[in-house]
Ligand binder design. Sequence first.
Ligand code: GLC
Length: 680
Amino acid sequence: MIRKYTFGTPLPTDAIVQSLPAEKSPLPYFSAHTGEDGSLTLSLSLHPEEVIFGLGQAVRGMDKRGHRYESWNSDVFNHTEERPSLYGSHNLLVFFSPERLLGLYLDDPGRITWDLGYGNRSEAVITSASGNVDVYLIEEDTLPGIARSFRKLTGRSYMPPRWAFGYIQSRWGYASEQEIRTVAEEHRKRHIPLDGICLDIDYMVDFKNFTWKPDAFPDLKKFQGEMKEDHIRLVPIIDAGIKVEEGYTPYDTGKAGDFFCKKEDGSDFVAAVWPGRCCFPDFLREDVRRWFGDLYLPLLEAGIEGFWNDMNEPALFYSDEGLADAFAAADRIRSGGVDYESTWWLKDVFNGMANSMDDYRRFYHLVDGKPVRHDLVHNLYGAGMTRATAEGFRRFSPDKRLLLFSRSSFVGAHRNGGIWQGDNFSWWSHLKMALQMLPGLNLCGFLFTGCDLGGFGCNVTEDLLERFLQLGVFTPLMRNHSALHTRDQEIYRFSIWETMRDTVSVRYALLPYLYSEFMKAALRDEMYFHPLAFDYPADRRAVHTQDQLMLGGDCMIAPVCEQNAAGRYVYLPEDMLLIRFRSAKDYDLVPLEKGDHWIDLALGEFPLFVKKNHAVPLCPGGESSELLDDTRFALLGIIEQEGAYELYRDDGETSSPDLESGLTRIALVPDQSLTRKVNV
Ligand code: GLC
């Protein structure tokens, strides 16, 4: 059951697809308080055993209790435990204790603070800065029921084409066709599976969206065609800002259409990003989205089938005004005397120019024809860009799914694209953080997601990349991405590349299964990754487990997230089969009983646990998603009762996937063998 309570005059967000009347009675469970500044605060006492799931993209554990978070989409390079917010705002919480199961969604595009037992461990205090918010309460009997209801409220999750489940290699710095060909060749000659290569900003002319360097990419269509024959797709990046430059078509047409966000005086707001001074499309307007979506057409006509949208919080390095203020501050110090305090302060002034609140208050959107200051709708910007792109895809490619993932997002964007987890570091703690972020993202509808494997910033070590890949085997987006000037991070650069190749080979052997689990989750409004509590709500150990995850209907993952660990402890909430993978063809099968186990996992080894009377189909594998045989499987599982695995298959690209016609039942027959060959 979902109930809606309206406070103030909420702005439209596009998050909700199920329209509900607002309740007349007061909001139950929470005490609501309106501040003098118009803000709305909701407070709730917490049970000592209460777990709080949700918030999607956020640092720290799966259970969000015990810290303070914010909804404020931010371009942040350093994902420390202190970070209140990352790139997306996903305003859903699920409170779960022996006495309560309650979902809370705040449909509010502005700033929200979430004190979840930080000020006082026994209390959650949630504040909407504007106080204009639709509050939704979701009550169901089970945790998966809450997830399903929330998806009904907000719409079906985005489904990418099947090739997007292949391994994707990316790096900031690839600047030419020749360089990309080398990356492809190095993978192919070593038989490292590969389905895509990302083009970061260096493919563009002066970092200008929708351009590509004529010398470096003389015939993009031919190049993409040749790569596709080798089963590799190019995935270019598109940023939010449009460079201010007369004669550059996106700027000229945007200017002519009056499509850019405006300052109070009616002139275009300008701030610097990678290309220098840029204007920012007002993605909240339908006509602007249409214009922006059309800009993808030349790349689509060149055969491109996937994109990543970036810098869409929007990231602002500095505005003309911010720069002038900072220079004025420097002048004041120069004339007023320099000491250590003033130089520290000045450093803060210059650092604070990026993504500043002053800038976010300097420009306006048109919402239903009326100007609305950006900070009041800040968290919708990335979702608006995703929507513009997806609407364009639906016009230009109505029958075929295309790949899209974005950095910034808001609930609602999960219908239009995936997201990646942003600029993480090559840190062991960020491997664990990536794992812990997955169920929250899934709960909020973002099923197609993953982190930059190996870490984006800092220099990776080879064991860390291998352990990242072991997590990546299971994440829908499996992309190795790294920043300019960091250590080269392609698999073939490392002495243990064969170990890494074997790890990626497991992804391909599992790909038909993972695709099946993903599509079933999306089409049934379920989660692909979920906390153990969703399957074992009465098991206290399972409910409080922070570093293991259920995957689909049959499995559990428990990655190694520590350097030099020779294995790890794993808690099994029921009897399971351990598959200890070394490669697609080399694995141990070990039946284990419910309880605690130490699992030996040397560097090239990683586990998958399969519930009793469930089975996982493993195909023979291959080097591209398009070359996999999804008719012959080894079925791995402890089968003591008759049953079936429902395998979902389709052509991998249809825009109207149909669950019922895609399902094939594979019979599970009791036997002692743990593995059985099946043809389907
Ligand atoms: C941002 C993105 C990163 C990309 C870089 C250059 O930092 O998050 O993925 O490589 O910009 O485009």
